[in-house]
Design a protein around this ligand. Structure first.
Ligand code: ZN
Length: 385
């Protein structure tokens, strides 16, 4: 029998078993509905309950009374990893004695009032309110707004270093909305999941380059989003190969690289003549050049995903000879590449954003403390939106 209290508490995947009063507070005992959990290490589902330890967390008041939830903290055993794993709950941050929504509420009130007043009203100590504020500050103070199109990229902290920050931009507003001190899939996912589902569900497209880790992140965090491989990254790949062919063909006149890589349509008539001379040097280069232009033409003129896809597939068949490696990469990412034709979304605006980020990061701001750097980065973009 579903308790009507379950609807009142309104948290995902739980039901209320009972409620009782303790002094002037009300306490709800919860049951977790799932009989298994996914192991955070291997992802496999396990049903082997090892132990349950009830914890008490504070939640939003009910009818003016302070409310607590008695939650079974469940520890499972994963046979696959031979490890004990503790279940994490969506509405509760790891090791916090408050629900997320309670912390969010306190945070908002501190912003509007002050620590002293909120601590008095809630019967919390000053340190507790400050602790909540600090914890929420990590994820509420962002530039997030419901957005349909995002771009995800990584920027190295120092030039030439393998130390990356993952950055997420709102492509429509052209501003940075998140910076994460990691480029590990799991950590990025965990961090982004702090955003409420309602915000994450809005996202329809995420533009990325071809780095392997992002698709999994997008799948997990933005369930309604299509992955769009950025057009310019793909074009850069093709151009890179064309330039290689130019070098192999020994075509070296000054400006030849520029003439070859630039869109034919953007060349002046003099440049077109110069290009024609260059292409006369090498039949190979000439064919490879035509293929590059053909590829660009597919991007320019395809009207639908299906059309783009069928034209790209045709191009790939003939690309083996000159663009073998590039063709392989394109094939691997064909779905994401062709998703471009849905709305012609590109992460063009991200280039400017990323440059600004690099500038801020490399000017020596708080590498010891990423939170400060992040606040600083987000602050720099919040006014430009
Ligand atoms: Zn496991």
């Amino acid at each position: 029998m579903e308790s009507p209290m379950t609807g009142l508490i309104n948290l995902p995947s739980i039901s209320v078993v009972s409620s009782f009063s303790v002094e002037d507070a009300i306490c709800f005992e919860l049951k977790i509905l799932a009989s298994s959990m996914a192991c955070p290490h291997c992802g496999q589902s396990t049903k082997e309950l090892h132990q349950i330890r009830p914890i008490l967390v504070r939640d939003l008041p009910v009818f003016g009374q302070p409310a607590y939830l008695k939650i079974p903290r469940r520890n499972f055993y994963c046979r696959h990893c031979q490890k004990y794993v503790t279940e994490r709950l969506e509405f509760l941050d790891w090791r916090r004695p408050y629900t997320k929504r309670y912390e969010a509420n306190i945070y908002q009130r501190v912003l509007q009032q002050n620590v002293a007043q909120v601590s008095r009203e809630e019967g919390l100590t000053w340190a507790q309110v400050e602790g909540i504020f600090k914890s929420v500050n990590n994820y509420v103070k962002t530039n997030w707004q419901p957005a349909e199109r995002l771009g995800m990229d990584e920027v190295s902290k120092k030039k030439g270093h393998q130390n990356f920050v993952t950055v997420i931009s709102d492509l429509e507003r052209g501003c940075l909305i998140e910076a994460i001190d990691s480029h590990k899939q799991k950590e990025i996912i965990e961090f982004l999941k702090k955003q409420p589902e309602s915000v994450r569900d809005c996202v329809k497209e995420v533009s990325v380059d071809m780095w392997g880790g992002f698709p999994k992140v997008i799948e997990e965090v933005f369930p309604n989003a299509a992955i769009v491989i950025d057009r310019f990254h793909v074009m850069k790949l093709v151009n890179g190969q064309l330039n290689k062919i130019r070098r192999l063909a020994g075509v070296k006149p000054a400006g030849s690289r520029y003439l070859l890589l630039k869109n034919q349509a953007d060349l002046t008539s003099i440049q077109k003549e110069q290009l024609a001379l260059i292409l006369k040097h090498s039949a190979c280069l000439s064919i490879a050049y035509e293929m590059k232009e053909e590829f660009r033409e597919i991007y320019e003129t395809s009207k639908t995903v299906a059309e783009g896809r069928s034209r790209m597939e045709k191009w790939l068949e003939s690309a083996e000879l000159f663009y073998a490696k590039t063709a392989r990469t394109i094939r691997q990412h064909l779905v994401g590449i062709c998703n471009y034709f849905m709305n012609r979304t590109t992460s063009g605006v991200m280039e400017g954003i990323n440059n600004k980020i690099k500038l801020i990061m490399r000017n020596g701001y708080g590498f010891h403390n990423f939170d400060n750097l992040r606040s600083r980065l987000l602050g720099c973009f919040s006014s430009s939106g």
